[in-house]
Design a protein around this ligand. Structure first.
Ligand SMILES: [Zn+2]
Length: 174
């Protein structure tokens, strides 16, 4: 059987000292079975989809491969649609939106909204905050995961804080 090998150089180093992505992916699938990740994007996307209870359709596989095959990324639906078009993946923008929302609901992606209008989908679902570069509308991870608000607001009775999304907006110095 001819496997489609689209793997650009999978690193199989024994120490994964700088990689926090692996744990991010496995913690994303709460409840479901743990995907057996091998480092091969095609195989891993299949595993991730199935572990999340999503049928690995051709379109989900192709979009998942674009999303998860290149490390941690922040993409809008339009950006992914453009990549899919360039990669000759036959999908509509509506399908891209639906797929991104399904992957988010399944815990494989995290939504980060900027300005209330721009929504980015983050392949890194672990707790972290972002810089937003205003001049080119780019979202960048803040490397310090321990960044914290020193004074938390009082939460109304019956509620607890589910998550804090911090977006620090940056502009170029003049
Ligand atoms: Zn991020």
């Amino acid at each position: 059987m001819k496997e489609r090998v689209a793997v650009p150089d999978v690193e199989t180093n024994d120490n994964h000292s700088v990689s926090s992505d692996d744990t991010a992916h496995s913690t994303a699938t709460q409840g479901g079975r743990q995907p057996a990740l091998t480092g091969c994007p095609w195989h891993d996307v299949n595993e991730m989809l199935q572990a999340a209870g999503l049928r690995p359709t051709r379109q989900r596989m192709a979009l998942g491969w674009l999303l998860f095959g290149k490390g941690a990324r922040h993409l809008t639906a339009e950006m992914l649609y453009e990549e899919a078009t360039l990669a000759k993946v036959p999908v509509s923008l509506a399908t891209v939106y639906n797929t991104l929302n399904q992957l988010t609901d399944a815990g494989l992606l995290r939504q980060v909204s900027v300005d209330g209008t721009k929504t980015y989908f983050d392949t890194n679902v672990s707790a972290h905050h972002h810089f937003y570069l205003e001049h080119n509308h780019e979202l960048v991870d803040i490397p310090d995961p321990h960044l914290a608000i020193t004074q938390m607001p009082d939460v109304p009775d019956g509620y607890e804080i589910s998550r804090i999304d911090m977006v620090v907006r940056l502009r170029k110095k003049r």
